[in-house]
Design a protein around this ligand. Sequence first.
Ligand code: ADP
Ligand code: MG
Length: 386
Amino acid sequence: MDIEQLKDTFRQRYGREADGAVRAPGRVNLIGEHTDYNDGFVLPIAVERETVALYARREDEEGNFASLQADEPASFTLTAGPAIRPGKPAWANYCRGVAAMLFREEVPLVGVDVLFSSDVPLGGGLSSSASLEVATAYALLAAAEQFKAVPDMRLAQLCQEAENKYADSPCGLMDQAIAILGKKGRALLLDCRYRTTRQIHFDNPDVVAMVVDTHVKHEIAAGGYARRRAECLRACEHMHIKALRDADLQTIAGNEGDGRLSYPEVHRARHVVTEIQRTLDGAQALEAGDYEGFGKLMYRSHESLRDQFEVSCDELDAVVESASKCDGVYGARMTGGGFGGCAIVLARADKADDIGKTVSADFEQRFGHAPSLFTTHATDGASVLW
Ligand code: ADP
Ligand code: MG
């Protein structure tokens, strides 16, 4: 939907013009999977899919939120603070959480009417949830003229806390951080322990990231994620370290030899330790414009997620395998938590169409349905449109 149409819809719904508009993108992680909760590094980019929020200030302190992607609107008093509780409709819990967190941060909020429209697929692994949170935060801050009140990384943490507490989702900081700190032509190297960042060049116009959504989510996804986290934690306890970031392959082998680490722990720990190194090496490769080198690290990452961490599935393996046979592909891997969801392919832009067709056809022949696919460059984090 274009912005003029969205303005019309806003006028019809609220009976007046919007004062302004903000946007916040979705994201995809290039490398660094299951490293965030192990105090490691991640390397996401903001993608060219985003949530737009039109807003108009109100004279009172009410917040009215509607979305083209949801049937029911939601209303609550923005200045009610801790009295704002999760409720129905559930999608608006992301907005409730953000308002409650900004209030706790003592940001003076003003009433707003908000209309969202997003082309980030909901629940598709590209973090529509963080883009909704950050778009909410930007709309509230813009309406109250309070942008200077909250530094970027703090805002990311508040949005993360909103999702943890109001949407009951134990997500890390990556999605909110990239939705705010993303830069056109850059990937964001985020140190999940110290919450520091480095912008990494990813700006060759002839290279694209292709996101392939398998449209499958295997039953074990939720339980599997929790189990992996628990296994990582147990591995740390057995090795007497704070997080797997503090381990190395030698320590793991020593603890395995001594019988302190059992089968799954050894493999989980190995994945995390090698993945953290691959993420750092990957950042260096991108900085040097070495896409072949980066692509190799993507394949190694996928193999490790498949064989050591055991979170891949046939559909994701099939995408990676079929992509790896195409001309113009540098590398491919599953991205996100695993057990379904998306794979990412790093490819030459001029070959992307052919690669997409081959990967789609192979997939459909084997699994009976087509994946969806789009290509993107790294884009800017949240911004004010007008
Ligand atoms: P992901 O973040 O990978 O897209 P999540 O399950 O974390 O998946 O978040 C998806 C949820 O976020 C949706 O079910 C919905 O509640 C909410 N959401 C995201 N974007 C919108 C939107 N534009 N309008 C309404 N709800 C949205
Ligand atoms: Mg999400």
